[in-house]
Design a protein around this ligand. Structure first.
Ligand SMILES: [Zn+2]
Length: 383
């Protein structure tokens, strides 16, 4: 089962579309689309095999596909003057190890709904020589332009759940953090912040977060800056930064731990990435923490699934706001050192898996004061 994220309702409305052109494989018996409440041709492409695979047995399936980029906006796929980007722009294996295929419907509320396993991933992008590519993975410098005036960029990320690629007329800046993480940022002409400033802010965010979360999960991080659409979108070792806000940047860098390394079903347990990224942002930025002051009073369970929300405002208030505030309050209840140590245990235990709230509860088992706060907020089940 492959999820076709670009066919999500809001992406399709902007003109994006992902179509599978061909499927190959020795064991392939048939294939077809499944709607999952997405736009035509559907939200998933399901490949049927001749027979079930035994545990540990493997098969190879190859898909050819065509992605159409819609108009630019705050979303995963788009194009505008001087830049185009496509993230989740391919049939994404929708497998949750230990649970099964993720057949979750797409929802009208803008937000991620995918589940995908970390995988050894290689990406090759051929682009006109005037463009710079910034993507998921440790990317090599492109070779010289070919006869068609195109250069080919290659990257590899051994633990990518998904892939983001941006190609644009970027000016780039490169930094290496004290721990050896290579950061590459890209800014379009006249953009604020410029690539150098963005690179310094990214290194600072990595340093601040590493101090209480533990080592940065990846060897590299690329941050292509898009026009200001009012936010950012996290991908493994790459961020589509569509805001000049430093708070947003810290939030997206925090997602490298919560979503990138500690995966989750973004449909079933959206708080496991969004509340934790909001919490980490608030720990680093006092202004973000002040913004969460009254969020604990928001009505409803933090731990709700994506189909529980009617509007983006409701989703943001409960999952980001109340969820982030609950984690801050839990930290205050038991002390930062004990809480942060437990969260590092959670990150370590759940690294490169698809985590569940049970794993959070297990990591906090010795801190009943923290569990109580998270149960009260409806993040964890009581008892
Ligand atoms: Zn987020």
């Amino acid at each position: 089962m492959f999820r076709l994220v670009p066919n999500a309702p809001e992406l399709a409305a902007a003109g994006s579309r992902l179509v599978v052109d061909a499927v190959r494989g020795d064991d392939v018996a048939g294939a077809g689309y499944e709607a999952l409440a997405a736009a035509e041709p559907g939200g998933a492409y399901v490949v049927t095999l001749d027979g079930p695979l035994a545990p540990g047995e493997s098969t190879e399936v190859a898909l050819d596909f065509t992605l159409t980029l819609g108009s630019g906006g705050f979303d995963r796929v788009g194009a505008t003057d001087g830049v185009s980007w496509w993230a989740s722009g391919f049939p994404l294996l929708a497998w949750e190890p230990g649970t099964g295929w993720a057949r979750d419907p797409f929802v009208a509320v803008s937000g991620e709904t995918t589940t995908s396993p970390a995988a050894d991933t290689t990406v090759r992008v051929s682009a006109p020589a005037g463009l710079t590519v910034l993507m998921t993975g440790d990317q090599s410098e492109p070779g010289p332009a070919d006869a068609d005036g195109r250069r080919t960029w290659t990257s590899r990320e051994p633990v990518a759940r998904d892939v983001s690629v941006a190609a644009g007329q970027f000016t780039t800046a490169e930094r290496t953090t004290p721990d050896g993480v290579r950061v590459t940022t890209g800014a379009l002409a006249g953009a604020e912040p410029a690539a150098d400033e963005l690179a310094d802010a990214t290194v600072a965010a990595i340093d601040d977060l590493t101090a209480f979360l533990g080592p940065f999960p990846y060897g590299t991080l690329t941050v292509p800056q898009l026009p200001d659409y009012g936010g950012g979108i996290e991908y493994p070792s790459s961020i589509l930064q569509a805001s000049p806000s430093e708070e947003v940047l810290v939030h997206e860098v925090a997602h490298m731990w919560f979503y990138g390394m500690v995966g989750n079903s973004q449909f079933r347990d959206p708080w496991l990435d969004e509340a934790f990224a909001t919490w980490a942002e608030a720990v680093v930025h006092p202004t973000s923490a002040e913004g969460l002051d009254r969020a604990l009073g928001v009505v409803g369970d933090v731990g709700a699934a994506m189909d529980d929300f009617r509007t983006w405002q409701q989703y943001a208030a409960r999952v980001y706001g109340k969820g982030g505030a609950a984690l801050l309050a839990a930290r205050e209840a038991v002390g930062e050192d004990a809480f942060d140590a437990a969260i590092r245990c959670y990150v370590d235990a759940a690294a490169w898996t698809v985590a569940t709230p049970d794993v959070v509860a297990a990591a906090l088992a010795d801190l009943p004061g923290a569990l109580e706060v998270l149960e009260e907020a409806g993040a964890l089940d009581a008892g």
